[in-house]
Design a protein around this ligand. Structure first.
Ligand SMILES: [Zn+2]
Length: 243
């Protein structure tokens, strides 16, 4: 990816107020996510505000904001004075626990969403599905990060519609998607996920709580079965703690 041209697009978008409400730091964040989930920035890489700001052609403020956000999500470690570095891939135990918590809670979130969803909620979910489908059609490296962000947004939207604050708090704290996508992004992984997402949306749209619950459960189990085999591969490659 050429950061310069991407940054110029970012700057161009910013000047067009009708174009988007996204901030410059959202764009820096998204570019960094792409580099993190594609392992273009491998675990342990040093990141400095200075260098990133220079590479992106932006001031330090949006870079700092993006780094703080990534730190909250556990993707990078460090602090401003001491510098930042890319966090190691979490342990296999972490992934197993994350999937278990998701398998317990997210089907219930989907069932509640089926009961609560308004027409605009369903439209938003459909729109996210469409965007993900478009990304898979043009399977490029720079889409890795975008897909992770959209998948995260899809699940976060369902949790929001479910309108259970405690559940939202627990699930948001996992930041599951970003970590998962560092394990593996592959077009076939994405394609399967898209079909499963559509099943979930159908259940919600039909106000069929049982169907939405079953579809979400199936998606999370399938995602675990798709992703976990990649864990060992990446753990060996990056020297992450194997347990
Ligand atoms: Zn998903």
């Amino acid at each position: 990816m050429t950061l310069k041209s991407r940054t110029m697009n970012i700057a161009g978008d910013k000047q067009d107020e009708h174009h988007s409400k996204r901030s410059l730091s959202d764009d820096v964040y998204e570019t960094l996510i792409s580099q993190l989930v594609s392992l273009e920035l491998p675990p342990g890489s040093r990141l400095t505000v200075d260098t990133l700001a220079r590479n992106f052609g932006v001031s330090q403020t949006p870079v700092r904001a993006a780094l703080i956000r990534l730190q909250t999500e556990g993707l990078i470690a460090g602090k401003h004075n001491a510098g930042f570095w890319v966090a190691p891939i979490p342990t296999e135990k972490y992934f197993g626990e994350t999937y278990l918590v998701r398998e317990l809670l997210e089907p219930e979130a989907a069932a509640l969403a089926a009961e609560n969803a308004r027409a605009e909620d369903v439209r938003k979910l459909r729109h996210l599905c469409d965007e993900m489908e478009n990304l898979v059609d043009e399977d490029t490296r720079k889409n890795y990060g975008r897909f992770a962000i959209l998948d995260d947004a899809f699940h976060a939207t369902i949790i929001e519609i479910s309108d259970n604050e405690i559940m939202r708090h627990i699930l948001e704290g996992l930041h599951a998607h970003m970590h998962l996508f560092r394990l593996r992004y592959h077009a076939s992984v994405a394609e399967d996920a898209i079909d499963e997402h559509k099943e979930i949306v159908h259940g919600i749209q039909d106000r069929d709580a049982a169907a939405a619950r079953a579809a979400m459960r199936a998606h999370i189990i399938a995602s675990r079965d798709r992703m976990m085999p990649f864990y060992h591969e990446i753990a060996i490659a990056n020297g992450a703690a194997a347990n």
